[in-house]
Design a protein around this ligand. Structure first.
Ligand code: ARG
Length: 282
């Protein structure tokens, strides 16, 4: 497929997102292998990195909405976990850990006030929003095991009106789907193969024509936790040169921005962004 066709038919593209300025971000608890209370966040630097990402996305033509962070909710800056948005419907997350559960009310209030209809997933199943659910444009992919429960996806399938492709995650360091997979549009995706079970790897091969494996050291720099902004610009963390080379080889543009302060909590670019314009076609 020629680069211009890819741009025209691509589907990983984001033009409208929700972000949350990290006014109260820190490592107050440990709910994934990345988080260590002793590894304190540099607050001003985190703010600077977040603002640089915000500015970059805006420059790329992305409309950014903002929700205010709850003062006792340090991880709320990772808006990808708020839920998923289908047109004007908001499906809020059922957070697995009690530390994050109070975020749900604040996100839901924001969507209420913005005029969205809230459609909750049946309790008691846990699921963590776009952190575990990604759209290729044709297919919805859902990761499960460490955060999202397999059974939660039964109800999500009902809401989508079609089955999601379920992918079992295999490595606790890649506990959300968006830490190890990034659809790029046009049948292409970045992924870290070892983060998936065997069946999930086969399922991914059936969905994508061009699966680009990122090296382990770059997967650990959150190379897959990227956002395709505007037409064709992949925004990702710094320190992923091989992934950048692969992205450029595809004819896409690539911009690296530092998110090291957020990696301390187990998140990077994609985790800091909830897309408001995915899933609308489903
Ligand atoms: N500390 C957060 C947690 O463990 C990080 C969330 C990262 N978000 C994501 N979409 N992968 O829940």
């Amino acid at each position: 497929m020629a680069a211009q066709d890819v741009a025209a038919t691509g589907s990983g593209m984001t033009r409208h997102v929700l972000m949350c300025e990290p006014a109260h971000y820190n490592i107050a608890y440990e709910i994934n292998p990345w988080m260590h209370r002793a590894n304190a966040v540099n607050g001003p630097l985190a703010l600077e990195q977040w603002r640089a990402l915000h500015t970059l996305l805006a420059q790329l033509g992305v409309r950014v909405e903002l929700v205010q962070q709850g003062d006792a909710l340090p991880d709320m800056t990772f808006t990808a976990n708020a839920g998923v948005v289908l047109g004007r419907r908001f499906v809020p997350a059922n957070f697995r850990f009690p530390e994050r559960q109070p975020e749900a009310a604040l996100f839901t209030r924001w969507f209420d006030e913005a005029g969205y209809q809230t459609v909750p997933i049946h309790m008691p199943h846990y699921w963590e929003g776009e952190g575990d659910v990604l759209d290729t444009g044709d297919t919805v992919l859902a990761g499960y095991r460490f955060r999202t429960e397999f059974r939660a996806l039964d109800h999500l399938d009902e809401i989508f009106g079609r089955p999601t492709v379920r992918l079992e995650l295999a490595d606790p360091r890649f506990y959300h789907l968006d830490t190890c997979l990034c659809p790029l549009g046009g049948g292409r995706a970045l992924y870290y193969p070892a983060a998936f079970g065997d069946e999930a790897q086969d399922a991914l091969k059936a969905v994508f024509e061009d699966l680009i494996a990122v090296p382990e050291e770059e997967a650990l720099r959150f190379a897959c936790n990227a956002v395709v902004a505007g037409e064709d610009t992949v925004v990702l963390n710094t320190g992923c040169p091989e992934t950048e080379r692969q992205i450029l080889r595809l004819g896409l543009t690539c911009v690296a921005t530092p998110t090291d302060e957020f990696i301390k909590a187990g998140g990077s670019v994609k985790c800091l962004v909830l897309t408001l314009d995915s899933f609308a076609r489903h």
